[in-house]
Design a protein around this ligand. Structure first.
Ligand SMILES: [Zn+2]
Length: 319
């Protein structure tokens, strides 16, 4: 039997036909057309499921489970998307609609960050563990929590918003409206902001830095600009990265103290920095965490599934 994982985004609906080993066999996608109705988008998800089967010469009767990862509040117990940012879904029974349209009985839904964490737990960086957390360092900071082999998202499916824990009371304004959230300091967007500020500071003080040159070469400031500058031996670049690492380690230490997971995996754009990112945060976490040196230690790993984490995690929801 095969599974289908759907990663529903604001721009594209990505789908994958997945084998029993949780490896993707075929992938396809279609534009979301987020200004359309929930019914139209759901119909496209069902078509995408048929297309994925057609591409592999199988039928929907060969599919044992369909999982959908959606942004916002996706209620796994009822299969209803309560709310979805940038999408029309409000209290929409998407699992029932897809079940009806495809004839596949086992249809599950989950929040996209939770599904990605589940993917890493089933087939990626946290494979073989029972308790793990995944953090996505992208436009925002996403979180997914796995406790005793189950996704934990609170009684109302709205939890695990780890990016919105405050690490600096009264600090920078976050996209959620609160001040001082981890997301405002540890997302890729936050590094870009820190890089912009540091460049302005250098200009003002007449300090030499390669930041301006790098930005000119790439045509824009990105999450890697500061890291590239640091690698070139630029002191201003190193200052940005050191500040960023401090904030990242602060949030990760909070997560270790609350959950003591076996593994925290780091995904999203900033995680492309790879093992050097882990090596930078780990000593800070070890020196600050509760119970350090006494009990077994949480491992910090780079996520392994990249952009496929949502598809693979969604496909594995119904197990
Ligand atoms: Zn926030």
């Amino acid at each position: 039997m095969y599974r289908i994982g759907i990663d529903l985004g604001g721009t594209n609906i990505a789908g994958g036909l997945v084998g029993d080993d949780f490896k993707i066999i075929t992938k396809a996608s279609t534009p979301t057309g987020a200004s359309r109705s929930s019914e139209e988008i759901a119909a496209d998800i069902a078509s995408l499921c048929r297309r994925l089967c057609g591409m592999s010469g199988i039928g929907l009767s060969d599919i044992c489970a369909i999982g959908i990862a959606a942004p916002g509040i996706a209620e796994s117990a009822t299969g209803i998307v309560r709310y979805s940012c940038n999408l029309p879904f409000r209290n929409f029974p998407i699992a029932d609609v897809i079940r009806e349209a495809t004839g596949v009985e086992n249809v599950s839904i989950e929040n996209d960050a939770n599904a990605a964490a589940w993917g890493e737990a089933v087939a990626g960086a946290a494979k073989g563990t029972h308790n793990s957390v995944m953090i996505t360092l992208g436009t925002g900071v996403g979180g997914g929590i796995i406790i005793d082999d189950k996704i934990y998202s609170g009684f109302n499916s709205a939890g695990a918003e780890l990016g919105h824990m405050v690490i600096e009371y009264g600090g920078k304004r976050c996209s959620c409206g609160r001040r001082g959230c981890w997301e405002a300091y540890s997302s890729a967007t936050a590094v870009v902001g820190m890089t912009r500020d540091k460049l302005a500071e250098c200009d003002r003080d007449g300090r030499k830095t390669v930041l301006g040159e790098l930005i000119l070469k790439k045509g824009k400031i990105s999450g890697v600009t500061a890291f590239d500058a640091m690698r070139l031996g630029d002191p201003a670049g190193k200052e940005i990265v050191d500040t960023y690492i401090g904030y990242l380690a602060c949030g990760l230490t909070n997560i270790v103290n609350i959950f003591q997971p076996e593994v925290i995996s780091l995904g999203g754009g900033v995680s492309n920095e790879g093992q050097s990112l882990v090596d930078a945060v780990l000593p800070i976490i070890r020196s600050e965490q509760y119970g350090g040196g006494i009990v077994a230690q949480t491992e910090i790993r780079i996520a392994e599934l990249g952009n496929d984490a949502g598809i693979i995690g969604a496909s594995a929801l119904g197990i």
